[in-house]
Design a protein around this ligand. Structure first.
Ligand code: HEC
Length: 169
């Protein structure tokens, strides 16, 4: 065998070995430790608009129970941004709402006789407003229509309330 033919043979064997390595199925232990995300899964990143979130905060009725910048109800915890980052974590915001879902749904049923509906992009905008102290500072009583002002709840239901507070099951 001449030298170049030998090189070809080695190359072919190496290629086969690499192909075999990659195509060999994972052991159960390897599969359990595999942190690779499933191919093709990516996160959907909606556009974030804190001003639209501010308008939704009123039009959806969140303001009846929650205050931001001192404007709104006291039935539920205030949703002022807690840091300067202006970074909205939409999934975390949704998780916070989910944690309080029982109380919120109950109180909405009592106050509105319906449950607020939200699309994904509306959730994103609300999360943006909740994270944005700059837009929050622009939020005043003037954003609340007069006929809605009577609806604002002043009583803090969520503090140690067996149904609406964090102590419920
Ligand atoms: C009818 C009253 C009511 C309305 C309307 C309402 N909520 Fe709530 N919400 C509550 C109460 C009460 C809690 C606290 C429940 C608890 O203690 O777990 C709460 C909790 C939350 C929390 C978790 C607060 C925390 O401590 O992290 C978020 C976030 C939230 N609401 C967002 C919203 C948004 C956004 C809207 C509008 C789309 C909305 N809520 C509408 C009553 C309401």
């Amino acid at each position: 065998m001449t030298y170049p033919a030998n090189r070809h043979a080695i190359f072919a064997i190496a290629t086969l070995a690499i192909a075999a390595w990659y195509s060999s199925p994972l052991t159960a232990e390897e599969a359990a430790n595999d942190q690779t995300p499933p191919a093709g899964v990516t996160a959907v990143t909606p556009t974030l608009n804190a001003e639209r979130g501010r308008d939704l905060f009123v039009s959806k009725g969140c303001v009846v129970c929650h205050a931001i910048n001192g404007v709104g109800g006291k039935a539920a915890p205030a949703l002022d941004a807690t840091d300067e980052s202006r970074q909205a974590d939409i999934a975390d915001f949704a998780a916070r709402m989910w944690r309080s879902a029982f109380a919120m749904a109950e109180l909405q049923a009592v106050e509105f006789a319906y449950q607020i509906e939200l699309e994904g992009d509306e959730m994103a905008d609300l999360a943006a407003f909740a994270a944005d102290h700059v837009t929050q500072e622009t939020f005043t009583e003037d954003h609340i229509p007069d006929d809605m002002k009577d609806w604002i709840l002043e009583e803090p239901f969520y503090v140690d309330d067996p149904v609406f507070g964090k102590t419920q099951p």
